[in-house]
Design a protein around this ligand. Sequence first.
Ligand code: FA5
Length: 342
Amino acid sequence: MEKEILKIKEEILAKAKKIKDPKFLRDLETKYMGRKGEFTKILRSLSKLNDEDKKKVGRLANTVKREIALVFTELKNTLEGGEKGESFVDVTLPGIKMERGHKHPISLLTSDLEDIFTSMGFMVLDGPELESDFFNFEALNIPKTHPARDMQDTFYIDKPNKNGELDLVMRTQTSPVQIRAMREYGAPLKCVVPGRVFRNEAIDAVHDTTFDQFEGFMIGDDISLCNLIAVLKEMLSGVFKQEVKVRVRPGYFPFVEPGIEVDMSCTICGGSGCPSCKQVGWLEMIGAGMIHPKVLEYGGIDSKKYSGFAFGMGVTRLAMMKYGIDDIRLFNGSDMKFLKQF
Ligand code: FA5
């Protein structure tokens, strides 16, 4: 019986090694090792042996069974390209396409803006999205009772401080970083601050509750509105790679004096009027002005010695104009069909 076992082992292994198709390997396994297989039959007949032979031949039969099983597993892996089958590569099969991610359109535009401003010598800064009432409002010359607080309602964090006041807010603008930067670096200073801001706002084609802004400010000797306009022009021609039509009008922000607003001719309708520009042909894009002396003082800068300009731009709206997107809600909508176009 021992000879019989070794003979059938050689037979199985010889046949198995010639197989190139996993289906034939499965057939071979069933033929010899299956419930009614030839090797299984030999194993069953062990019961007829006396105790001593049963022990001896049984040990050999089990070793052979394990060897055969191992060879079948290895061959199966090789043929199916499994665990041990790295060596088997069917170069005729189409490759597995790895889908690559890419930047969100707002991140693309923000990187472009950062490049434009760093080339003009501006520092790029960051600030917290969860901001204190002090930096977001007070230090920007918007005291608690000031009606200007109504211009930017936000989400207050429901955790009162020691005095029972709610003093943590989701920042409504990137302007609080002006104060943080002035305190950290002093004057002269040239910074830009990209970032997300939050407002309790009625949503429509050009208003969202979460959107991106891009703040810029420059503080030094004799800084004037002319410097501001020159920098904004440089920025817009850098982003659009062509002359863009803008208009400047007076605007009120408690943290600048004088204040201006910069509108851009709507690129969706070419200025003739559409839902994206509320039919007026212009879209409000940037709030700006000369930094209020009180704000410089809050930042620890001598307002008699230094002056500065500041602007805050809606990057999400700028992206609408650059890419011809007629509804702001698409940017945060997580629609892959939209995002894959960038
Ligand atoms: C401000 O946020 C000021 N911090 C800007 C500023 C900075 C003025 C420095 C002076 C000096 P305003 O609320 O207008 O201003 O917002 C600035 C820009 O953000 C707007 O011109 C607009 O482009 C964009 N914006 C405002 N509200 C929304 C909104 N709900 N959804 C999308 N974009 C908005």
